[in-house]
Design a protein around this ligand. Sequence first.
Ligand SMILES: O=C(O)CCC(=O)C(=O)O
Ligand SMILES: [Fe+2]
Length: 364
Amino acid sequence: MQFTITARNEWRIQSIFSRSSLKRINRDRFQARNLHQVPILDATEFRGDSRDRFAKKVLEAFQTSGFLYLRNAPLSADGQNRAITATRHFFDSTEQSKRILHTTKDNPRGYYSYHGVAEGESPGGAEIEAFLMGNEIPAIQLRRKYFEDMGMEEKYWKPMTLQQKNVWPREDLTFREIMTSTFTTCTETSRLILSAIAIATGRDEEAILGVHSQADSTMEIKHYPPGGSRKTIREEYQSNISMTSNGSSSDIPLRVKAHSDLSSVTLLLQNEITGFEILRGDSTWVPLERVEGAVLVNTGDCMERWSGGKIRSTKHRVVANSDNEKKSRYSLVYFCMPNWDTSVNQWDHSMDNPDKFGDIVPFH
Ligand SMILES: O=C(O)CCC(=O)C(=O)O
Ligand SMILES: [Fe+2]
């Protein structure tokens, strides 16, 4: 059967005959809009004469959508691909080899799995697998004050006061090596972003880097196995994104519920399987796909609080869409955290209303 498809009626004809083309068109429309909203910046601009201009663009992004894509970051395009490949290999390994690395009640680092938590109802499909590593920080005493300063309830911060000791697979030394070097380049990337924020806000660069000098930053890799969406819900979801949903809608199969990050800055790598969405100021959810070679960066609750709300900690979530039906989604998230002895009420006390932030709820 032959059709002459014009741009105007393309949507209607394809929606009758091909659900997958419908999906593609739908995504393209949103891609155009979201790339407009979330800038792609080039880290090589952060030097010489263009340094201040780059810093200003960074700040602008964090004051509007709260997100930006960063190209040519210390975490290079090659490094990103290596990290995602190592992530896939790790989750492909046997149940037995992952079980040995399971988190315990005394150590939250290592392998674990959980059901995607939805807001309200309908957990979105198969279990999510995750692996957590980071700096190993033995000091515990400082943490109570740190979390109390944030106004967090004990039940949320208590698990984070446990010993954070990394565990690694014995049989796969490459995994440890790649994760450790990715952690290091993520740290450098987050420091570049922190410097840019300091410059653009007229703050002391050394001061902002100083309060992140020994941070208990953590890195989490995740596997969202296929089978996350169910047909009826998916159709609902598609009509929802074309009409733009209002965030409270519960018929979308969520895999990670809407939340903001506790961090100063978060870096995100993802494979080509979509599902990551951010909440815009007009209460619509916008998908943010992988941009080849770029790291997705956002500012978290600490930064929002320090800046008296001038810098945003934007809510985001992961949904199960049709992309995830047959293929796995992999992600790597680096949470850059301030030192444990740093007060998050430290900056911009005089600005706005520092008390407007209620409890800061941790990211999981
Ligand atoms: O896995 C993802 O794509 C994002 C997860 C996330 O937002 C988080 O862990 O804070
Ligand atoms: Fe997050």
